[in-house]
Design a protein around this ligand. Structure first.
Ligand SMILES: Nc1ncnc2c1ncn2[C@@H]1O[C@H](COP(=O)(O)OP(=O)(O)OP(=O)(O)O)[C@@H](O)[C@H]1O
Ligand SMILES: [Mg+2]
Length: 703
């Protein structure tokens, strides 16, 4: 460790690090502490995080500037934050993963800011001064540049950060890139390549009762506890006293497999408390909360984007504490999180996309594999695919076990993406002339990789005129965003969607419309997709719904293929706003649990955007309607509960209970007897409400 200073050395030695790993030594040799840009492309668990730590300690101790550490997932950012905060108390470290609109002035004082990619993007758009002081940008899991939905954000934020700070050091980390040279040369970076892993990871394929490791390790014959190979693999892992992560391709499958496993397992003493915590993570536990709690009691869990953050964290902690033995999850858990899985079982290697089923890239499968065999937990790990027969086994072997990760390609040149970013960069006055705009796009990975500047310039120019036609920018000597354009950009919606909303809001000023019309309107935006498909036996019902609302629709495209689907989706939201239970909605509209919450959040955000746009256009009444719908959407309530819902601790269920007991105003709540209130909504909430209404606990005895 001779190349690092005494101070840095003692800081990392305090954590028990005795020796540097190959990836770390090579990074030091390649100028990590000399401001050199680097792409570290080494296996999962090889210690890339410490490379980043050495770099940010160097920037911090030598007062070079701030470090921004971006991660693709909030959970990953939160994990890094907890670790770094514990390890480096002398640094001012912040975690920033909130809403795009959130302001966090204290970030100006931070030495190290850990955020999700999307959050850093929104921080850049907020034009905070401190952005100029960033001297090191760490991009964890940088291969996500290849991701259609998240890659462009990442690409823009790297390009933009480099433009803002000419001396910025960029450090990209990834276990799986087929073409690191190309990426490195775009970033003007050195490459650290190494294949050493601290713990061996054996890759095998399970089929016909046996795991074949292809001569890397002796095959394992498994006892047959269940006929279902996935269940069998999971149950035998538990029986051996080990833990597994089980990857499937949808949230619904994750829940189904977890449920099936839980039926085959006994309740575990130490999991019961955890199960209670998970159930109570929301003030008003939903059906899904109850379901996950039941499963966790058996030492099993599911984990996907439909769970709330708190629950995901509890599940991850539960797994680390060995209270949970198996987590059935979607691939979101595959990125960089340090979990003690002995086995990583990947059931689904295919996923449904717009062109039907397709094989997952090697890159993604390797990420899932890499969750097993983490140092500190096991002597080795096992990564297992499942094959139905010999043919499939051979195919999986040659494609996934022997295959090398794919090259990554820029996904920037997708029109919705380009117009969104173009507006954003104009809005923050970063790009103020056509020349600057073209030059900026010339510096992207897209331009570097495809070398077809002409095409890119052509796309950029046509986008520019589109934004002008929408009224979001003005092109004079300088290019400037209008007030409306600026707001659209801050709202994080596609300019195309914003224009669609504006056109229809305009119609609303002369056309009869109701709440359903606004809900249906947002069901016609790209953001709310995929729409709920109408099944053949539902046609009658949905057509009846359409007839009932048809005359009031603002956007009525009855000849489009999606028309009935958009009506069905709007009817689903309508049930939610009319306080149908989640269970009923899930059954009636055939929507999986996590999906409902996800859609409701999206719809609430679009209604907020609608409200904001209407406000700027001075459509006061429409803005008011959209505002009320936004709150109702967040909580799933009728208009009459809007007053009660303002109180913390009151959700749709408790608000309804109060209302039905004739307690409908804050004034009434203030004077009502505390004991009566406790009976209605529970002791804790009752006391908290009295406090929120300005009545101190001491004086409560008088009631
Ligand atoms: N020099 C070292 N000595 C001992 N332990 C180390 C050393 N460097 C890293 N570790 C430990 O190795 C583990 C894995 O490291 P890390 O999370 O950085 O992996 P990674 O390379 O980022 O993998 P992934 O691609 O999966 O994100 C951590 O628990 C870390 O504390
Ligand atoms: Mg990592």
């Amino acid at each position: 460790m001779h190349r690092i200073t005494q101070v840095i050395r003692s800081l990392i030695e305090k954590q028990g690090i005795k020796e540097l790993r190959p990836a770390q030594s090579k990074a030091l040799d390649s100028g990590l502490l000399k401001n050199k840009n680097l792409i570290v492309c080494t296996p999962t668990s090889s210690g890339k995080t410490l490379v980043a730590e050495l770099a940010f300690l160097n920037h911090f101790l030598n007062k070079k500037g701030k470090t921004v550490y971006t991660c693709p997932l909030k959970a990953l950012a939160a994990e890094k934050y907890r670790n770094f905060k514990r390890k480096y108390p002398e640094m001012n470290i912040s975690l920033s993963i909130g809403d795009p609109e959130r302001k966090e002035p204290y970030l100006a004082q931070s030495d190290l800011i850990i955020c999700s990619n999307e959050r850093f993007d929104s921080l850049l758009r907020q034009e905070s001064q401190w952005v100029n002081e960033v001297s090191l940008l760490v991009v964890d899991e940088i291969h996500l540049l290849n991701d259609v939905s998240r890659g462009p954000t990442l690409e823009i934020l790297i390009t933009l950060s480099k433009r803002i700070n000419q001396n910025l050091q960029v450090l990209g980390l990834s276990a799986t890139i087929g073409n690191p040279e190309e990426l490195a040369s775009w970033l003007n970076a050195g490459i650290i390549l190494d294949y050493w892993r601290p713990v061996e990871l054996y890759k095998g394929i399970y089929s016909e009762g046996e795991i074949d490791f292809f001569n890397k390790k002796e095959n394992i014959k498994l006892e047959e506890i269940s006929e279902d190979p996935v269940i069998n693999l999971a149950l035998t892992t538990i029986k051996e006293g080990k833990q597994a992560l089980l990857f499937v391709n949808t949230r619904r499958s994750a829940e189904a497999v977890a449920e099936k496993l839980s039926h085959r397992s006994k309740s575990e003493e130490d999991a019961i408390q955890l199960s209670e915590k998970i159930e109570k993570a929301l003030i008003n536990p939903t059906e899904q909360c109850k379901k996950i709690a039941e499963i966790v009691k058996k030492g099993i869990a599911f984990h996907h984007a439909g769970l709330v953050q708190k629950q995901k964290e509890l599940i991850e902690e539960g797994f680390k504490d060995k209270k949970i033995k198996v987590i059935c999850c979607t691939p979101t858990l595959a990125l960089g999180i340090d979990l003690p899985a002995f086995r990583s079982i990947v059931r689904d290697v295919k996923r449904f996309g717009s062109l039907g089923m397709y094989y997952l890239p090697v890159l993604e499968i390797q990420q899932m594999f890499g969750r097993a065999g983490r140092p500190d937990y096991d002597e080795y790990g096992e990564a297992i695919l499942i094959a139905k027969n010999q043919d499939e086994k051979e195919e999986l072997h040659s494609h996934y076990l022997k295959g090398k990760p794919e090259n990554i390609y820029s996904k920037l040149a997708v029109e919705p993406v380009l117009r969104t970013y173009l507006l954003s960069l104009i809005s923050i006055n970063f790009l103020t002339t056509k020349e600057k705009i073209l030059k900026f796009f010339d510096e992207t990975f897209w331009a570097f990789q495809f070398e077809d500047r002409e095409k890119l310039h052509h796309i950029a120019e046509s986008m520019l005129y589109l934004l002008k036609d929408y009224g979001f920018i003005e092109i004079n000597e300088e290019i400037r965003a209008t007030k409306l354009g600026k707001r659209v950009s801050q709202l994080y919606i596609d300019p195309y969607t914003a224009n669609f909303l504006i056109q229809n809001l305009y119609k609303a000023q002369t056309h009869d419309y109701n709440d359903f019309s606004l809900i249906h309107l947002i069901c016609n935006t790209l953001e709310i997709r995929p729409l709920l498909p109408v099944r053949s036996r539902e046609y009658g019902d949905i057509e009846a719904g359409s007839l009932q609302h048809q005359d009031y629709l603002l956007y009525n495209d009855q000849f489009s293929e999606d028309y009935l689907n958009s009506i069905k989706t709007a009817l689903m939201f309508n049930s939610w706003l009319n306080e149908a239970t989640e269970e009923l909605i899930m059954k009636k509209y055939n929507i999986p649990p996590g999906e409902l919450k996800y859609k409701v959040d999206k719809a609430a955000w679009l209604l907020y955007s609608l409200q904001e746009i209407a406000r700027i256009l001075n459509y006061t009444e429409t803005a008011r309607n959209a505002k009320s719908l936004n709150v109702r959407m967040k909580h799933g309530i009728k208009e009459e509960l809007l007053v009660l819902i303002q109180l913390k601790g009151i959700g749709r269920v408790k608000a309804r209970r109060l209302f039905n007991s004739n307690i409908r105003t804050l004034a009434h709540l203030k004077i009502i007897n505390l004991e009566v209130l406790k009976k209605l909504i529970g002791n804790k909430t009752a006391v908290s409400i009295k406090e929120q209404l300005g009545i101190s606990i001491g004086s409560l005895k008088d009631y």
